[in-house]
Design a binder for this molecule. Structure first.
Ligand code: AMP
Ligand code: MN
Ligand code: MN
Ligand code: MN
Length: 280
């Protein structure tokens, strides 16, 4: 069975390599009918994506992937069906973007101390949108032969106890959920398995997220195995969360899985497109 919903993807507005319109065309070629563009901490790709989607039989769901610091760790929360013109949401995002600017100079300073010079300018060449991502630094490190692959970068650089690591200071879970709700969106925990939390810690996150008004979790993600999907479907049922599915597509050569190539949600899931705030 094919899945024509892909509710997690990136463009050049954050750390993807396709422009919003190229992403839309790729989604159409991949037989996706419902695509959410969920760039990190900014919504500047949405207008182009919406306008490109209007030329095709594709519904573009305006989304965002917000970086959150929860219990000293970074967690990603998606907002789907958001009204990106909401001022409170945009003020919150502006703070995150400014933090990213500062962090980029700090990453470069720390890489320089470790003997890798020119990282700021090098990473900046890969950036075409507003935000600075570790992915841009990763591409620079691969290009200059200092790492074998993007995956290799996230093992040997930019992570705790490695050169170029800067601990994240992102939004609180509470603020993030209030921004998404004020913007009329549905809050979804992105790729819950990828954090590597213990079962107890994951349950704590799910409970707090639920208490703060969170609605859904990504049961199917490009980075989830079949077992992960079964486990997440079980948790979604226990916590009465809606279930979402998305590839987390970034580019054809740096991806967990291609756009639209994700498994369908298990039968028992309450699918997110039946949520009362879902609209396309
Ligand atoms: P940032 O939000 O700037 O800290 O960067 C996080 C981004 O780095 C994620 O959204 C992914 O796109 C990328 N990333 C993190 N870990 C990995 C990994 N192991 N392999 C490939 N990309 C990764
Ligand atoms: Mn990313
Ligand atoms: Mn993420
Ligand atoms: Mn993502």
């Amino acid at each position: 069975m094919t899945n024509n919903y892909d509710l997690h993807s990136h463009s050049t507005a954050s750390d993807g390599t396709f422009s919003p319109s190229e992403l839309v065309r790729h989604a159409v070629a991949q037989k996706v009918s419902f695509l959410a563009l969920t760039d990190h901490d900014n919504t500047s790709g949405l207008n182009e994506a919406l306008s490109a989607a209007s030329d095709y039989d594709l519904s573009l769901i305006p989304g965002i992937e917000i970086s959150v610091t929860w219990s000293k760790q970074t967690v990603h929360i998606l907002g789907l069906c958001i009204d990106s013109s909401n001022k409170i949401l945009q003020t919150g995002l502006l703070n995150l973007m400014e933090y990213r600017d500062w962090r980029a100079t700090e990453i470069a300073r720390r890489l320089d101390k470790a003997g890798i010079s020119g990282a700021f300018e090098g990473a900046n060449k890969y950036r075409s949108g507003r935000i600075f991502s570790r992915t841009h630094f990763a591409r620079f490190l691969v290009e200059t032969g200092q790492a074998k692959s993007i995956r290799d970068v996230f093992k040997h650089f930019l992570v705790p106890n490695k050169p170029g690591h800067v601990p994240g200071k992102w939004a609180t879970l509470e603020d993030c959920l209030s921004w998404i709700k004020l913007a009329g969106g549905i809050a979804v925990i992105a790729h819950p398995v990828r954090y590597g939390f213990t079962a107890t810690r994951l349950r704590k996150l799910l409970s707090e997220f639920k208490e703060l008004g969170g609605s859904a979790i990504e049961v199917v993600s490009g980075s989830h195995s079949k077992d992960d999907i079964r486990y997440m479907a079980e948790l979604a049922e226990q916590y009465d969360f809606y279930a979402s599915c998305g590839s987390d597509f970034h580019s054809p050569d740096n991806q967990y899985i291609n756009l639209g190539n994700i498994p369908v949600l298990p039968d028992k899931c309450k699918v997110i497109w039946t949520h009362p705030d879902w609209h396309v």
